[in-house]
Every structure is written in C-alpha cells, then in structure tokens.
Design a protein around this ligand. Structure first.
Ligand SMILES: Nc1ncnc2c1ncn2[C@@H]1O[C@H](COP(=O)(O)OP(=O)(O)O)[C@@H](O)[C@H]1O
Ligand SMILES: [Mg+2]
Length: 257
C-alpha cells in the first residue's frame, strides 16, 4: 500500500476559535474515505487545509510521503507557487458547483487546464471531452450551465476537477444542495470513480454511500477524530455516545429492515 495523503497533528484556528485540534489522518492510494460529522465539526476546514485553500495553523500535510512546506525553527513556511501546484494535484468539488455562467460546459472544463496548467487548446479540449464521457455528459459539451439540472452541473464540476489530473479528489457535501431525485446520479458518478481506483476523501451525509462505497469512515467531532473504522462496523456499532446520537439523527425516519 502506498500512502497518498497524510496529515500530522493538523491544527487550524480562526482567531480564538480552535476548529481542528490535531488531526492525524492517513489515506492510501485508491482508498475512499468518508468523513462524517455534525455541522460545525470542522469537516470543510479539514478538506480545505488538505488542499491549502486554508493554511494550517500548525501540523503538516504530506502528499506522496513528502511534507508540503519547509520547516524552519518549528515554523512551516509555504511558498505560493508550490501551493498552486499542490492544489492541482488535490482536486476539490464543492456543494455549490461554481461554474462560470457565461461559458459553455466545455469552456468551463477547459478553463483551469488552460490558465493553471498552461495546456494548449487542443489537449485541453481532448482531456475535457474524455472527462465528460467519464461523467456521462458528452452531449452537453456545448450547453451553458443554466440549461443543466443541478445533478448535471455537479457532474460537470466533477469532470472539471478530474481534467486537472488530480492524485486525490476531495468532495465536500456535493449532493447536499441537490433535489433528492438528482442525488443518485452524482453518487453513482462518485461510486464509479471509486471503483476505477481514484483516491477520494468525501464529506457526505449519505450514509448509504458511506456504507457501500467507503473503505473507511471517520467521525469528526469538535475538531478531533472521535471514531474511525470500516463502514459496516462503525455505522452499525458505533462506540461512542456522540456518534450514536449523530447516526440516530440521520436515521429517525428510515424504514425498518
Ligand atoms: N474562514 C473562517 N473564519 C472563521 N471561522 C470559520 C471559518 N471557516 C470556518 N469557520 C468556523 O469553523 C467551524 C467549523 O467549520 P466547518 O469546517 O465549515 O465545519 P463543517 O464543514 O463540519 O460544518 C465553524 O464554527 C465555522 O463557523
Ligand atoms: Mg462543511
């Protein structure tokens, strides 16, 4: 097994507020990890620190075994151009798709490849079409986002992230803003990526996805990892009262087995 992402004693503070209180996380290549936790527990902040949209207050992030940043006298310094290249290797998809409304689907997917990776137009286009095929939307290449459903927009956002050739993909509640009947198509795309061997860290409230797709589930509570384990075990037999309550809140109205 090769370790792709590791965080070591990762802390993040916003002013007085300590959001991440020392996260040690290790993700192997090809693994799908689902991160569960209540609102405000620090899930988004953790993902944002892993791709350096936020700088950790202390602690380290390792990619392919190499620490990001250079340490001098206990302080870690980050170089912005290096962080830029890190961000291309750590793809991220958000709850809100943030597609450019004035660009077609194809142009949206090409944009980052052109500006950040400096890929030429022909290569960017070819790569974009491949990724659109992967998410099942080749026929929408020439459409504007306003003509797509929420589920389709989210799949375009996934294709856009994939087109940057990331080593790992981070998903932050990507189905939370969708109408219920559109959730399935996005989860299906994510499942397919997992099956293809993509390394993924997914924040989601879709316990079915966690149960069936994740290799490992982490439960984040108040900035620390409270429980961790294989989904079948941790979702059926959580060890802490806190996680029991969290799961009960999610399954109050589930039909009995
Ligand atoms: N940029 C920020 N500035 C100040 N506080 C923030 C910022 N981002 C997040 N927080 C706070 O950090 C805590 C954790 O937020 P977040 O990581 O978004 O939690 P989650 O994704 O689990 O709901 C919350 O109390 C939130 O208000
Ligand atoms: Mg969040």
């Amino acid at each position: 097994m090769t370790e792709l992402v590791r965080t070591e004693s990762l802390h993040k503070q916003f002013g007085e507020l300590e959001v991440l209180k020392g996260i040690d996380l290790s993700v192997e290549a090809g693994e799908t990890v689902v991160l569960l936790g209540s609102s405000g527990s620090g899930k988004s902040t953790l993902l944002r620190c892993i791709n350096f949209m936020e700088l950790p207050t202390s602690g380290k992030v390792y990619l392919h075994g190499k620490a990001v940043g250079t340490e001098t006298k206990g302080q870690i310094k980050y170089n912005e151009s290096h962080l830029c290249s890190v961000r291309t290797k750590v793809g991220m998809v958000f709850q809100h798709f943030n597609l450019f409304p004035h660009m077609t689907v194809l142009q949206n997917i090409m944009e980052g490849q052109r500006t950040v990776l400096k890929r030429n137009a022909a290569d960017s286009k070819e790569k974009s079409m491949l990724q659109l095929e992967r998410v099942g939307l080749t026929d929408k290449a020439g459409e504007y986002p306003s003509r797509l459903s929420g589920g389709q927009k989210q799949r375009v956002a996934i294709a856009r992230a994939l087109a940057m050739d990331p080593d790992v993909m981070l998903f932050d509640e990507v189905t939370s803003a969708l109408d219920p009947e559109l959730v399935g198509e996005v989860l299906k795309t994510m499942r397919q990526l997992a099956d293809e061997g993509m390394t993924m860290i997914c924040v989601t409230h879709e316990l079915g996805f966690a149960y069936h797709v994740a290799n490992r589930v982490l439960f984040l509570n108040d900035g620390t990892i409270l429980e961790e384990g294989n989904p079948q075990q941790i979702l059926r037999k959580p060890e802490t009262q806190r996680m029991c309550e969290f799961l009960e809140g999610h399954s109050l109205f589930k039909l009995p087995d």
